[in-house]
Design a protein around this ligand. Sequence first.
Ligand code: FMN
Length: 206
Amino acid sequence: MTLDTPHGPDRSFLFVLGSSRADGNTEILARAAAAQLPADVSQRWVDLNELVLPDFQDGRHESPDRRPDETEELLRQATLAATDIVIASPLYWYSLSAQTKRYLDYWSGWLNVPDSDFKDRMAGRTLWGVTALAHAEHEVADGLVTALHHSAAYLRMRFGGVLTGTGSRPGRVRADTQAMARAKTFFQGETPLALFPYEEEADAAA
Ligand SMILES: Cc1cc2nc3c(=O)[nH]c(=O)nc-3n(C[C@H](O)[C@H](O)[C@H](O)COP(=O)(O)O)c2cc1C
């Protein structure tokens, strides 16, 4: 798996849709960005709203050899098969939707599946975000951006940033022309290795 080229035949994108409704603004924005990916970059789309995924139960320290059920295993395999993971979550209460947050909670369980090497295997891959929000001022989504950035830092992943767009009614994001324009080049953006702020400070001091 080659990860140093920005795009190429070895890249495979997993889009994780986490809205509570179909055909929402987040998906529209994510699809506008995905439409610009080269044809040889594979895309897989998973809509969490269509899957039955119970709340994550933290049994990491009681039953570390717990086996995932069918839906969880589908998500785990899809995650491990992707070089790039795109969390497409509407902004809910200034953060990730419950659906996407629950999916990320399962990552904690996968870190503990015997012989999974989940953390090692995720290192070097790229995490991206797409979010639609009602607010016109996108800095109110900073909490969601930080959550994704730090999650990438924890797993030694790269971080491509979060594409934001304004819309409340489904389809309204199309009127955010700046967001739709940003979507066109979003996946061509820089994907630096994500570092926690204290690591960046240590780097700068060295
Ligand atoms: C449960 C819920 C919480 C929301 N919280 C926020 C919020 O904190 N800030 C905001 O700007 N919009 C908020 N909104 C509005 C949505 O982000 C907005 O409608 C967005 O377009 C939904 O994306 P979707 O069409 O992909 O579902 C909220 C909507 C819902 C249903």
